[in-house]
Write a protein that binds this ligand. Structure first.
Ligand code: BGC
Length: 837
């Protein structure tokens, strides 16, 4: 059957398909460069332009480059907002940013599931839970596409870690796939009608997802009725006939490796039919038509628009996503009188606004917690100590650095191009060095100086995608050249940082040189480097911070991680706070009982000091307004109204993916088996009898909520759940009411608890509201792989209403009759909020 009959009827697209030659059709099935498809000038067909997301629109450049853009909260912050309306607003605002970058398609949102707590891209994903992820994805997609910008929901599917990410096979049973990992994609297709979808890098059960016929044709197109376009992840296509026949429409980036002339030959050889080419081209033209690219022949102009409305949205979103984990003695909000505050920690004066990898962008500006506090109360009452460091790589070497480029790999002859840069980091993409060198065939020498501020051992760190050496006053200090080995920088195409130590004298200036030679024949053709110089902090820094804390009325610790840890291309080894931060917290908490910890991380961390600290606020990476938003929350101008979208286990080994069997985590012999099956997230902790540090759905407010009058009644094929939520505290706030369902014991759902509906409800002090949730039959169904459909088992289901997975305040039973559901049966719950008069 032809794909999407109603769309094939589109006369304009059919006319173009008739007019396009086979070669022209094929030209539209792969990129021209990193971020666009080629135009077909003869027919007036424009260029489709894409930009990364998901937390902003960087435009036509690789990460770390590009014109400034608005930096929005990362996925886990949006996930913790439990607010699909907010996700929609953010999707719409980012779509406006996409337009300022001359693009039509946003490579977002990321909806992989937080299977482990150590995934490098944990920060980019919304939640460990499929219902929550799906609901937020629907919001985001609707918001962006409502602005006429296409979303490309990613990474389809089974991309839950970064370990060996471009080759690993995720081995996932079909039921877990359907019920957990595919669900956000299913809803984005059926409910939000996403126009684009991106395959993942990994293989799924042995086959690359970019050439996975079952995934791309049977499930996506047939079962779900998808009529949009499927694009590969960057360099994630590995074949010609197999990808096109499986249903991959676009190979990215360009220039093509697998298509173009190779695809023309494959058609001539009868490996791919002309009808298939036409079908794939149809999907591309339809995508172009939908997002206004079809006849868009405007030249690319990229602008930066720092809009007040985006600033305000980002600031508000940051507090909607922030989670108040603990607040004993109601230390927060801080009283606005003349108290002194010791501002301590490695994240205090650094704005931690986003994670690392392809989602990075250059923000319009960024506000650190220190600046946020200064903006709020001035600096007179603020004291500062950093206490320790938390970097993964040595801090970037900053200086007036001259870069000389050579058009060979041996630094021979005169430089063909020279330029000055302020810091020793580079990600060389298409046009660089004035266009005078080729990416795989050049060398570069960086030279400048460094003046030591302190006496003692300094650490010189160098990481390169390519070969590199770093010298201090002519002495080789870091060698990432001889014995270079692929490691965990630059999307797994760079080595691990190589560090050398040198004793320096305060006040003395040293000549620093970094030499770089490009590598050839690598998957992503990345040429990049970062060189840093750091001064390790010792015990005195911690004692100084503790003494400072003792002098102040309140100590606020800004600790956590940063985008060096929470990054695409590299998983974490564990979830202990990096460096000496745990020691720092203990020392400060001992010195001042009024200690508040503000965490900024891309996922859960262990908190061995939790009993010593009265207050903990998790603020994630909330975008460019970070510091202002944190100050808003600390002083109670707004409340942090997020709830955990991912359980915080007490320790990494409590996590469902943790296993002593490397085949289950992180992977062995090229594959990783999702051996825990359905038992991920909060279900795992409950079933294993593990009390988490903070449960799924948990988050305090500056007021209190209570649930009452819960009822559940069968209604149509599903169930109607009614519950009343009241604000019984002393100020207005937003509570998140969560509806969980347990299947009948003995059934195929086996009594496990699943989140099935939720709503975030703002209530004034003393106000109450009746919520009516409509849960469709799918909320009670499991996927029967033998029958190939969804089935509701007969029996008594238990429905729970709670304020977290561990704070259930209402329970009701509901008898369900057996039902078999078609693949098109609705997945989504709805909710009505009836505010009391
Ligand atoms: C990432 C994608 C991203 C693409 C383009 C890949 O490394 O996995 O999420 O959209 O690069 O930057």
């Amino acid at each position: 059957m032809a794909l999407n009959e109603h769309k094939t009827a589109d006369a304009e697209i059919e006319r173009l398909l008739d007019e396009l030659t086979l070669e022209e059709q094929i030209s539209l099935l792969s990129g021209e460069d990193g971020w666009s498809l080629p135009a077909v000038e003869r027919l007036g067909i424009g260029k489709l332009r894409v930009t990364d997301g998901p937390n902003g629109a960087r435009g036509n450049s690789a990460p770390q480059n590009g014109k400034p853009s608005a930096a929005f909260p990362v996925g886990i912050s949006i996930g913790s907002s439990w607010n699909p309306g907010l996700a929609e607003e953010i999707g719409a605002a980012i779509a406006q940013e996409v337009k300022t970058k001359g693009a039509h398609v946003l490579l977002a949102p990321t909806v992989n599931i937080q299977r482990s707590v150590t995934n490098g891209r944990n920060f980019e994903c919304y939640s460990e839970d499929p219902e929550l992820t799906a609901t937020l994805a629907v919001g985001y997609v609707k918001g962006a596409q409502g602005e006429g910008v296409a979303t490309t929901i990613k990474h389809f599917a089974g991309n839950e870690s970064e370990f060996q990410r471009t080759t690993i096979s995720s081995v996932i049973d079909e039921r877990s796939l359907r019920e957990i990992y595919l669900r956000p994609f299913e809803d984005a297709v059926k409910e939000a009608h996403t126009w684009g979808i991106m395959t993942s890098y990994n293989r799924l059960n042995g086959t690359y997802t970019s050439e996975h016929g079952w995934l791309l044709s049977d499930v996506l197109r047939q079962d779900w009725g998808y009529d949009g376009a499927v694009v590969s992840d960057w360099y994630g296509s590995h074949s010609t006939a197999a990808t096109i026949n499986a249903g991959l429409d676009i190979e990215m980036p360009g220039p093509s490796r697998d298509r173009g002339a190779k695809l023309v030959s494959a058609v001539q050889a009868g490996e791919v039919s002309e009808e298939t080419i036409r079908e794939r081209t149809r999907a591309v033209l339809l995508l172009m038509q939908r997002c206004g690219a079809l006849f868009d022949t405007k030249p690319l102009i990229e602008r930066s628009e720092d809009r007040p409305a985006h600033r305000a949205l980002i600031r508000r979103a940051a507090s909607e996503g922030a989670v108040l984990l603990k607040n004993e003695r109601e230390l927060l909000p801080l009283a606005d009188h003349g108290q002194t505050i010791a501002v301590i920690g490695p994240n205090a004066k650094h704005a931690r606004i986003m994670g690392g990898g392809s989602s990075q962008l250059i923000p319009h500006y960024q506000v650190s917690p220190w600046q946020g506090l200064e903006n709020r109360i001035g600096s007179d009452r603020l004291l500062f100590a950093d206490g320790c460091t938390n970097h993964r790589w040595e801090p970037l070497w900053r200086s007036d650095i001259r870069v000389d480029f050579f058009d060979n790999t041996s630094f021979s002859g005169d430089p063909v191009h020279s330029e000055m840069v302020p810091e020793a980091t580079a990600f060389w993409e298409h046009e660089f060095a004035g266009g005078k060198v080729e990416k795989g065939n050049f060398s570069a020498r960086l030279s400048g100086c460094f003046t030591a501020e302190r006496d003692g051992i300094h650490r010189f760190g160098l990481a390169t995608a390519g070969y590199g050496k770093m010298y201090c006053d002519g002495q080789l200090v870091a060698n990432a050249w001889d014995g270079w080995k692929a490691g965990r920088t630059f999307f797994e195409e760079g080595c691990d940082e190589v560090v050398g130590e040198v004793e320096l004298v305060a006040g003395q200036t040293y000549d620093i040189v970094v030499e770089f030679k490009a590598k050839q024949n690598i998957l992503m053709k990345i040429a990049a480097l970062r060189a840093g110089i750091g001064f390790p902090m010792g015990d005195e820094a911690i004692s100084e911070a503790a003494s400072l804390a003792a002098k102040a009325d309140t100590a606020v610790l800004f600790i956590g991680r940063n985008g060096e840890w929470d990054t695409e291309g590299s998983d974490l080894d564990g979830i202990a706070l990096p460096g000496r931060q745990d020691e720092l917290v203990r020392a400060v908490a001992k010195a001042n009982p009024r200690t508040i910890v503000v965490l900024q991380t891309g996922g859960p961390v262990e908190m061995p000091w939790i009993d010593d600290v009265p207050t903990v606020l998790e603020a994630w990476y909330p975008g460019q307004e970070a510091g202002n938003a944190i100050a808003d929350m600390l002083f109670g101008d707004v409340e942090p109204s997020g709830r955990l979208a991912q359980t915080f286990p007490r320790k990494w080994s409590d996590n469902p993916a943790f296993s002593n069997d490397p085949a289950i985590y992180p992977g062995l012999d090229g594959s990783v088996t999702y051996g825990e099956g359905l038992m991920i997230g909060n279900r795992h902790y409950e079933a294993a009898g593990l009390v988490p540090l903070f449960p799924f759905g948990h988050g305090l407010s500056y007021t209190q909520f209570q649930l009452s009058d819960m009822k559940a009644t069968a209604s149509g094929d599903g169930v109607e759940v009614t519950v009343t939520v009241s604000n019984i505290g002393s100020r207005s706030g937003a509570g998140v009411v969560q509806i969980y369902v347990r299947g009948p014991s003995g059934s195929d759902i086996k009594g496990q608890r699943y989140l099935k509906a939720f709503v975030k409800q703002t209530l004034a002090k003393g106000e109450q509201c009746t919520l009516v949730f409509h849960l469709p039959a799918r909320s009670f169904a499991w996927f029967d792989t033998e029958a190939g459909n969804w089935r509701v088992p007969s029996g008594r289901f238990t429905i729970e209403a709670g304020l977290s997975a561990a704070d259930i305040q209402g329970v009701a039973d509901c008898e369900m009759a057996e039902q078999t559901l078609s693949n098109s049966s609705p997945t989504r719950f709805t909710v009505q909020n009836i505010l009391a008069e």
